[in-house]
Design a protein around this ligand. Sequence first.
Ligand code: ADP
Length: 318
Amino acid sequence: MTNKAIIVKNLVKRYKKATENAVDDISFTVKEGEFFAFLGPNGAGKTTAISILTTTLSKTSGEVTVAGFDIEKQNNEVRKNIGIIFQNPSLDLNLTAEENIRFHAILYNLYPFFPSFALMPQSYKDKVMELAEIIGIKDDLNKPVKSFSGGMKRKLEIVRSLIHNPKVLFLDEPTTGLDPASRKNLWQYLKQVRKDLGTTVFLTTHYLDEAEGADKVVIINKGKIVAEGTPKQIKEDLVEKYLRVESKDMSSLEKELQQQKLEFTKDGDGFRVHITHGSEEIHQILKKITAELSDIDIHLPTLEEAYLEIIQGKPENV
Ligand code: ADP
């Protein structure tokens, strides 16, 4: 396997009878061990692309390799090397957590079937315990899945999808329907999994804050890539960084800002000072202000703001 976990070259998908391409000539790469976020509004082509990468949908043209294997010529190898977690949990609710894992492992031809956990080979038991420990469901392995919360089910799905040591884990909106605490937890666990197992994570999500920690982000719209890079790179040129300052003596403050030749505008009861360079500029500006400040607010761009600017265009009055 090369150091690229995923290579997508000029991928095109046109559904039968469609007049436009659902995925329209996209190319990108994901490095081994990377946390990659694939973002875009509804209808952008994310599900189409992820379905092609996971070998459940055929492409119209282009080349794709996943974990070093061609998605068409070596589709079995690809399947063996990936784990998939889709939006809707696909667990058997009448089985225990461990039974769900066991049947998955048997489906993948990893272990022979035995009717109880105790009878399974030691290597299986060790693996299940190791993963359950990482994800934090060790004490719940023998409980029926129907008693699990949404967050627990997601965790179980992760353990299950990791049982065959996938090189790439595909997560399609994995936190949809989870409460904020479970979402946060799940991300902590996934971070741990990546650290411990070196798994490459390919994520699609509607929650932009979940992609803030990604090593690389690709944003698609109408089947085409419209932005690509680290979250920092994507935010840098798009969203305004500013310092908002307020003082009881606004006229002195205004004079001082003018003396510093800063670009600023009125913002409510204060001034919005535009930051054109790095965050160190903020320190320089504040150092020179002698007027007593009653409020300071530093506005740093979020990926969500950058994303909205890319998808909807620059908002007019901000
Ligand atoms: P996303 O996952 O980003 O919401 P999709 O990949 O589901 O986007 O859809 C991309 C485009 O392809 C949309 O215009 C959608 O209507 C179209 N599309 C998706 N699935 C099919 C299908 N099975 N047949 C025809 N068109 C489809």
